[in-house]
Design a protein around this ligand. Structure first.
Ligand code: PLP
Length: 366
């Protein structure tokens, strides 16, 4: 028997997503983790206390995410839909949502429009459900016009996915474009993983457009990547369909406790967000002074650089920074990022950014 003949079409359509950079960081805890767009500040003491208080009860199953009305309500309040517990569904990180949405809407052969570049799993996971991903290509500064999207729609286009701020660049597809896309016949998914750092959202458009779905996460501004919680904001009918395919009990007891505590300490989230924004803007301005490096202005918690003009490659910088104690992410060779010069730096503390800026500047001159 050849096992490969037995596996599903989904397996044939899929590729392994290598997250080796997280392995490297966990294996080398003395390195500063500027490679995964995590928050470099620790969780709120209230979150730590809430998780600790639930540890003695992990012999019990969690209540299913759909019935934890307290948490759903707190999330609805957080995104500006007060009392809107029926407008929220939960995923095990927004990574799970990246599967849940095509699972809910895609039939084999349906097309998904996706900016290139985008957060990598968006180009891969929908293939498992038989989607065809159609690249939406920006200009050379990674800026998008409405026609970049509308010019690619066909009768088979079922879904349009974009991140706002855009990953991995950090720039914004305009609110006007999002609203015009909502007026098409497609499901529009806006991933707002980094939204707190941009201080803008399109969540307020959800009551107006039944086809708009916003994806959010606790992994960025909330600083809880390790607890794995993502959620969507959409009209109740959408939430109902998504909950039909959602894996029951996908959110652990500890995650539910951590999330509620994090929302109750929203001031802590805001304080950290402000620190990240300040350090990000400082870092961008500083690197912009280095000859040969292109800085893509970011509204997220990371900054994309291109070092083509320095005579060195991104890999040279990544290795040099590693020797100095910082892991950053080489993005060269990604979708629509063919040049060997792209790498991305997550915004850490101000001290991290001052050190990294100096290392990059000195290495460029060397
Ligand atoms: C745009 C975007 N969406 C989602 C995620 C994943 O978030 P989560 O930790 O909630 O799975 C990331 C992670 O880097 C991201 O960049």
């Amino acid at each position: 028997m050849k096992l490969i003949d037995k596996v599903s079409q989904a397996v044939h359509n899929s590729k392994f997503y290598d997250l080796g950079h997280f392995h490297e960081a966990w294996e080398n805890p003395s390195l500063r983790r500027l490679m995964g767009n995590e928050l470099l500040y620790p969780p709120s003491p209230q979150v730590i206390e809430a998780v600790q208080s639930m540890i003695p009860f992990v012999n019990y199953y969690p209540e299913d995410a759909i019935s934890n009305v307290r948490l759903l309500k707190a999330l609805a309040d957080y995104v500006g839909i007060p009392g809107g517990e029926k407008w929220i569904a939960l995923g095990n990180g927004s990574m799970e949502i990246i599967d849940m949405l095509p699972h809910t809407f895609i039939n084999p052969g349906d097309e998904i429009l996706l900016p290139a570049p985008e957060y990598t799993p968006y180009a891969r996971r929908p293939l498992i459900f038989g989607a065809k991903v159609v690249d939406v290509i920006p200009d050379k500064n990674f800026e998008y016009k409405l026609e970049d999207f509308t010019g690619k729609t066909t009768p088979k286009t079922k879904m349009i996915i974009l991140s706002r701020p855009n990953a991995p660049v950090g720039n914004m597809v305009s609110r006007e474009i999002v609203e015009k896309l909502c007026q098409t016949d497609c499901i529009v998914v806006v991933d707002e993983a980094y939204t707190e750092f941009s201080e803008q959202t399109v969540c307020d458009l959800v009551p107006k457009y039944q086809n708009l779905i916003i994806s959010r996460t606790f992994s960025k501004a909330m600083g809880l990547g390790g607890i794995r919680l993502g959620f969507i904001v959409a009209q109740p009918e959408v939430i109902d369909y998504v909950n039909r395919i959602r894996v029951p009990e996908n959110i652990s007891v500890l995650t539910q406790a951590a999330a509620l505590a994090a929302l109750e300490d929203a001031a802590y989230i805001r304080t950290n967000t402000k620190l990240v924004i300040k350090s990000r803007d400082w870092f961008q301005d500083e690197i912009a002074k280095v000859p040969g490096i292109t800085v893509y202005k970011s509204q997220g918690n990371s900054v994309l650089l291109n070092v083509d003009g320095t005579g060195k490659t991104a890999e040279d910088y990544v290795q040099h920074l590693l020797e100095k104690g910082f892991i950053v992410r080489n993005l060269s060779g990604g979708r629509n990022m063919e040049s060997k010069g792209f790498f991305r730096v997550t915004v850490g503390t101000q001290d991290d950014m001052e050190q990294v800026a100096k290392i990059i500047s000195d290495f460029t001159k060397a």
